[in-house]
Design a protein around this ligand. Sequence first.
Ligand code: ADP
Ligand code: MG
Length: 291
Amino acid sequence: ATPTSVMVGTGRAAELGVLFRRGEALQSLREVDVVALDKTGTLTEGRPELTDLVLADGFGRGDVLGLVASVEAKSEHPIAAAIVAAAKAEDVPVSPVDRFEAVPGFGVEATVGGRAVAVGADRLMTHLGLDPSAFAAEAERLSLEGKSPLYASVDGRLAALVVVSDPVKATSAAAIGALHGLGLRVAMVTGDNERTAKAVAARLGIDEVFAEVLPEGKVTVVQSLGLSGKVAFVGDGINDAPALAAADVGLAVGTGTDVAIESADVVLMSGDLNAVVTAIAVSRATIRNIR
Ligand code: ADP
Ligand code: MG
C-alpha cells in the first residue's frame, strides 16, 4: 500500500472506532488466517458474579464467604471483585489478612485471623495436596452452563465450591459469525477451566478452544497457531500483553488494561468485537484500493 492509502485507511478506521497504532498493521491484518481471542473481558463482559457457594460438611456460609472475600479483597482479578461484592451484599464483613500471595493462573492464598485460606482453580487445590473431587458432579453441571467453578480451602480442608459466572457480551456471537463470514478461523484462549470454556465457545460458534492456559502459555498458543497461518490476537488483560506482542497483529480492547493497549498494534475503542471485523474489512479494502 502507498503511504497515502495507509493514511486514508487508518483515518477511515479511526472514524469507525479502530485505532491503528502502527501503519504496518493495516497491511498485515489482511493476511490474517486465524483470530484468537481471550475469553474474560474480551468475549465476556469481564464482570463476573458469584452465582453459587456450595459448602462442604461442617462449614457455614457466612464464615466461608467472609474468609474467602477477605483474601480476594487483596486481589485485582475480576473473580475477586465478584466475591467481595457478594460478601458486601450479604453484609458479611471482610477481615485483615496476612501473608497474601497471588499465584498467577492458580488463585490466591492468605491467612485470615490465623486461619489458612486458599481460593482458586482445581489445580490450586491439587497443588496444596487437597482433592477437589468431592465437588466433581456439581462442578461439571455448573461448568456445562458456562459458569466457572473455583474451590476454597480453610486450614487444609476443602471448604467450598465457589462458582462465578461472567456473561458473554451481547455482540460477541454476531462478531464471531462475521469473522467466519470473512473466511477466518476463530479460537478462544483462556485460563478458565476446559468445560466452561467449551460451553461458552459452543454458544458463540467458536471452533477451537485452548483452556487452562497459564499466563505465560498464551504466547505459546499464538506461536503454535502461527505454524498454520498468520495470527491476530485480541485481548484486554495484563496477562494478554505478551500474546498481543507475539501475534502477527495484536488488537487490544480499549476498555482493557493500559499494559494490553501498549502492547497492541490496534486498539478497539469500544468493547464490541464487531470492531475486529471492521478493522479487517478496512484493511482489506485499503489494499484493494491501491491495486
Ligand atoms: P483468565 O483471565 O482467563 O481468568 P488467569 O490466568 O487470570 O486467566 O486465571 C486463570 C484461573 O486461575 C482463573 O480462571 C481462576 O480459576 C484462577 N484464579 C486466578 N486468580 C484468581 C483469584 N483471584 N481468585 C480465584 N481464582 C483465581
Ligand atoms: Mg481478559
